[in-house]
Design a protein around this ligand. Sequence first.
Ligand code: C2E
Ligand code: MG
Ligand code: MG
Length: 249
Amino acid sequence: VDNQGLDVYFQPLMNLSDLTVHGFEALVRWIHPEKGVISAFHFIPLAEDAGLTPKIDRMVLQRTCAKVRDLNNTIFADRPAAAHVNLSPTSIRQNDFVKNLATDLAESGLNPEHLVLEITEGVMMQDVEQAASRLRAIKSLGVRLALDDFGTGYSSLSYLRSFPVDVVKIDKLFVDEIETDEGASALVQAILRLGLGLTFEVVAEGIETQEQMKSLLDLGCLYGQGYYLAHPLSSPDLAEFLEKVRQPS
Ligand code: C2E
Ligand code: MG
Ligand code: MG
């Protein structure tokens, strides 16, 4: 962290019906001198145990706000993209979290409505009341909240009422089996009905094939991300990607 060995990659979130860009999820990478690019999956859990995620998450937040502000001031001026940033439970529990978030947002100049903070139900694990009040304070800044990895943890349904969320992300686990397993398909349908009924935006994660995308569209899922659509991209690769996708004006 201190040696600036971390980089931020951006995975496009796409509108599944017209394949336009809906937003970008920031995914942190460790650029290791010998091992190369290391995914968050391999070091975020360790960083969380070591108490390093507040520092990492703030760096990612600042860089992402600046990046998406620039995009929204230029090529996305007509249809602003959403900046999705992952937050660890420890980050959110920091006493100065809301104050720092307000400062970083103001300094970036990104419209708060274009920031989506992705949280998992792990945030609720300790003190539900305290967590819910923290989330309300975050929302009072005008930013939106997404519930990540939806459907994988415990009693997600009851959390949906305490979490003031705007976006629900269907975990890759269900997308993987959407064509082969009737149960998975039924669960996706149920999450969509529930999410859309509660007026959440629903995003499917980990779409790897055209068939999966088609099944999701048929079930009424409007947004998604995954290797089939675009990988997490370094800044130079993102610029190249954006050259290729033409936004309808
Ligand atoms: P997540 O937020 O659910 O992110 C989705 C993960 O799935 C990412 O892994 C992404 O690279 C990967 N992915 C996307 N599309 C596909 C696909 O089609 N197939 C497959 N197999 N994988 C796909 P990544 O980047 O390793 O991140 C893992 C987790 O680490 C994230 O899960 C998130 O919970 C956490 N994370 C990532 N960046 C940050 C960060 O800046 N701060 C914190 N606190 N956590 C982060
Ligand atoms: Mg996420
Ligand atoms: Mg996820």
